[in-house]
Design a protein around this ligand. Structure first.
Ligand code: ADP
Ligand code: ADP
Length: 224
């Protein structure tokens, strides 16, 4: 069955709804690309699925949980243990080294410092950016920062990885490498990936594509 499923999600910030009855589901180990033009509701969908934004209507089910029925504290706890996030901007803590950034979610989940740092170093190696371990985010390139952010998202072995334009600001070679590492790691760990993008080149790394238009979800297969 599906790991994460939403039904009839609606959300309005103003007179025009950002989401208008959106449905969604993803299976363990499946990479779903969420496509659509700017302003169509992709990010709002992702934020509702992740329990960051409360929909006005509709439900989000994650395994046995109904996210919309949990308290804020329960949702935060679930996010910390089960979800990983890769966003385009402002995702690394500037005061911490890259190693500390990757170790941070492990520390928050109760992993001891030594273990957290060892695991963080392994993830930096997997993402081919171990050279940045001792540096701060401001001292490395955008491409390296993106790799560190992916390492951090994977470190807790999340069941669902939410990626919003994860390679948006990158040249294509580095972007492709990061996408390969991200989707391979997800498939290896049977994690689901919700990959928001407006680029077909990025969506090509997914198993399935959906399109958001005017706050509604269309299956690519249904459009052809
Ligand atoms: P993207 O399209 O890259 O996902 P964002 O999700 O950051 O970009 O923003 C999409 C649109 O939503 C933009 O037009 C932005 O101005 C608007 N927006 C985002 N957050 C807010 C906010 N807190 N208040 C008002 N408008 C916002
Ligand atoms: P996309 O990710 O496809 O670019 P968004 O979900 O960011 O689309 O935005 C959908 C619509 O909702 C847009 O019209 C956007 O301006 C609006 N919107 C998104 N987030 C906010 C917000 N926090 N406050 C006000 N309006 C928002």
């Amino acid at each position: 069955g599906s790991l994460l499923a939403a039904e009839g999600l609606s959300k309005a910030y103003g007179p025009t709804p950002a989401l208008d009855g959106a449905d969604f589901s993803v299976h363990p180990g499946e990479v779903v690309a969420v496509m659509g033009p700017s302003g169509s509701g992709k990010s709002t969908l992702l934020h509702c699925l992740a329990g960051i934004v409360a929909p006005d209507r509709g439900t989000v089910r994650y395994g046995p949980h109904t996210l919309t029925g949990l308290t804020d504290a329960q949702r935060s706890a679930l996010r910390r243990t089960d979800f990983g996030f890769v966003f385009q901007f402002g995702q690394l803590v500037p005061e911490l080294t890259c190693l500390e950034n990757v170790a941070l979610p492990l520390r928050l989940n109760g992993t001891r410092r030594k273990d957290a740092e060892r695991q963080a170093r392994d993830w930096l190696e997997q993402l081919e950016v171990e050279g940045a371990a001792g540096q701060r985010p401001g001292e490395i390139s955008g491409g390296q920062g993106q790799r560190v952010a992916v390492a951090r998202a994977l470190a807790t072995r999340p069941r669902v990885i939410f990626a919003d334009e994860p390679t948006g600001a990158l040249d294509s070679l580095n972007g492709e490498r990061v996408l390969t590492l991200l989707t391979n790691a997800a498939r290896d760990t049977n994690a689901a990936v919700v990959l928001v993008t407006h680029e077909a080149r990025v969506a090509a790394y997914s198993d399935r594509e959906i399109v958001v238009r005017d706050g509604r979800v269309k299956d690519m297969a249904g459009r052809i």
